[in-house]
Write a protein that binds this ligand. Structure first.
Ligand code: WT7
Length: 566
């Protein structure tokens, strides 16, 4: 039986207080995500239950019970307190998907710090931008990432300490300290910081069209929505083995890769290894995964390998599949029915929304290709692009707007109140995504309303790439736009105008690609570079990325009346 019953039943009289009651929370109480994901599960008598089943690319395995989570997150919290970290300070987690990342996340929250998880594939410039903006004081990392963190730190004044979780054999320097989680004395009792609903918790960086990435500030009360959406949409129950293959450097990996599942007392399996279809199927089989939260890019990669491969594995434990990050096309839903005997359920949300907001909740018939309907407790509408008035005619395309507040809406962008204020219009939080709604109230995704590039479910901001491109000695001007890609939906393409005396040849193309990969990340690296004499601009000199994007997608260019003709 699913947790949700019929969609209509759940809509009737829905109130977020359902989640508050189940979590034992009343307005004004202390609420701490670190505590709720570990100590509370132990208090309920499940301390001996497995919380984390972990495996890496070399096949090394580790497992942790909820009591281990409790004690080891205490250990990290106490360690940070000894280092002098104060509540409210930013502590960055810069690690692969090792157990220390998951447990460290809870530890930082337990001592009242703001946890800033960053994707470990980021290189110096991407890391520096985010650490600088947040004025982060401590970075917890692994030995393999120490060179990047050290070089980054040279550009920053805020980072007081680098904590290395596997320092054996490393020569640590001043301001670097070792934390061997399993070797440290276990801290049985730790006084959890008495955070309340609005106390800042997680700071995730997300990209927009303009300016550097923005720090999306979550609060401890987000737990209310993350807990209930996990229970109802991902349908987690007490005997499930759950796998979320997202990295906690991105919001899916924290909201639904740490907070939601553990607050529900569920057992999670984590694979710290890159994509490989046989490896993934073997992992699903070995741990008898029952609920799997994945993404369209991964599904497309699996589709490429065919259904025969699936037949070599016993995946009979799988009972519920969900997807997020990009449009889930109808073919992928139909393929998964054929391959796994069940459809992927699309879930739509953002870093800013903190929780799933529009979705194919179990109990609601799926229309393949549609994102489904608003989660109970979420009021979503398609609003007019200009007036932000809800559009009632079925099929009309507008922006997805969500009525504030809801528990996990971010409370601001770090250092950027104007950017945050601009997200609200006419009483709606505007997602910046375009969609339409059909006569049955199902939402259909159309596309983003800005220039952000969605590559394999990861958002990349054009500004960050263009700024890095300008640092290359041959580049005079550039525009980074999305170009279609069969696997990743979109990848980055850079249009580059060169300075006099430089020749746009293949060597230079490769050199520029590498330049970006080394400074930002493989995600931000342009897969294609086109050298051009000039870029399309408005009369006021703004580069018109959408003209280039439209060309790439073979779409009409739209209104170019403001374009400068040269
Ligand atoms: C953007 C948010 C929130 C989880 C992962 C990414 C796109 C997300 C869907 C979906 C079509 C989707 C949107 C959104 N997106 N889910 N089911 N169908 N597009 O979080 O990095 O903040 O990205 O991802 O464009 O705004 P994020």
């Amino acid at each position: 039986m699913s947790n949700i019953g019929s969609y209509e039943e759940r809509l009737q009289g829905f109130d977020w207080s359902i989640a508050e009651r189940e979590l034992g929370y009343r307005a004004g109480d202390v609420i701490n995500i670190g505590y709720h994901c570990s100590d509370r599960i132990c208090d309920l008598g499940h301390g001996g239950k497995l919380a984390l089943l972990w495996e890496d690319h070399q096949g090394r395995e580790k497992s942790f019970t909820f009591d281990d989570l409790r004690v080891l997150s205490n250990t990290i919290a106490a360690f940070l307190v000894r280092l002098g970290v104060q509540p409210g300070e930013r502590v960055c987690l810069f690690m692969d998907r090792v157990p220390e990342l998951y447990i460290g996340f809870l530890g930082v929250l337990k001592m009242g710090g703001i946890v800033q998880p960053l994707f470990s594939a980021f290189r110096e410039d991407s890391l520096a931008t985010r650490l600088k903006d947040a004025a982060t004081s401590v970075v917890i990392t692994q030995r393999k990432h120490l060179p990047v963190v050290r070089r980054t730190r040279e550009q920053l004044s805020s980072v007081r300490q680098i904590v290395v979780v596997d320092s054996e054999g490393a020569q640590l320097k001043a301001g670097e300290v070792a934390l061997d989680l399993e070797g440290e004395p276990r801290v049985e009792a730790f006084e959890v910081f008495p955070s309340t609903a609005e106390t800042p918790s997680v700071l995730h960086y997300t990209s927009g069209t303009t300016g550097q990435p923005k720090g999306a500030q979550h609060v401890h009360y987000s737990l209310i929505a993350q807990y209930l959406t996990t229970k109802w949409v991902l349908d987690l129950q007490s005997d499930d083995i759950y796998w979320c293959n997202a990295d906690p450097g991105w919001v899916t990996g924290t909201s639904y890769g740490i907070i939601g599942p553990w607050a529900n007392g569920a057992t999670q399996a984590v694979l710290d290894a890159g994509f490989s279809a046989p490896r993934w199927y073997a992992f699903l089989q070995k741990y008898r995964v029952t609920v799997w939260y994945s993404a369209p890019t991964a599904i497309r990669l699996l589709m490429r390998e065919g259904t025969e491969l699936v037949r070599n594995y016993d995946l009979s434990a799988l009972r519920h599949l969900a997807s997020v990050g990009e449009p889930l096309n109808a073919e992928a839903v139909l393929w998964s029915k054929e391959a796994f005997g069940r459809p992927f359920h699309d879930t739509y949300w953002q870093t800013e929304t903190g929780c799933i907001v529009v979705t194919n909740v179990p109990g609601l018939p799926i229309k393949p290709g549609s994102m489904g309907k608003p989660f109970p407790g979420i009021t979503a509408a398609v609003v007019d692009l200009k007036t932000s008035e809800p559009l009632d005619t079925p099929g009309s395309v507008g922006l997805i707007g969500i009525k504030p507040p809801w528990p996990s809406l971010i409370r601001g962008y770090w250092n950027n109140p104007t950017g945050y204020a601009n997200k609200f219009k006419n009483g709606w939080y505007l997602t910046g995504d375009r969609a339409s709604k059909d006569g049955d109230g199902y939402f259909w995704f159309v596309g983003r309303d800005d220039d952000v590039i969605n590559t394999g479910g990861h958002l990349v901001g054009p500004f960050e790439i263009e700024s890095a491109l300008l640092e290359h000695p041959a580049v005079a001007e550039s525009a980074a736009v999305a170009t279609p890609d069969p696997t990743n939906m979109e990848v980055v393409k850079a249009f580059v105008a060169l300075k006099a005396g430089h020749d746009g040849n293949e060597d230079l193309e490769l050199e520029i690609m590498n330049f970006i990969r080394k400074r930002l990340s493989p995600l931000a690296m342009p897969q294609k570079i086109e050298f051009v004499a000039s870029l399309p601009k408005t009369r006021s000199g703004k580069i018109m990325r959408r003209v280039l994007r439209a060309q790439e997608f073979g779409e009409p260019v739209g209104d170019i009346s403001t374009m400068m003709d040269d």
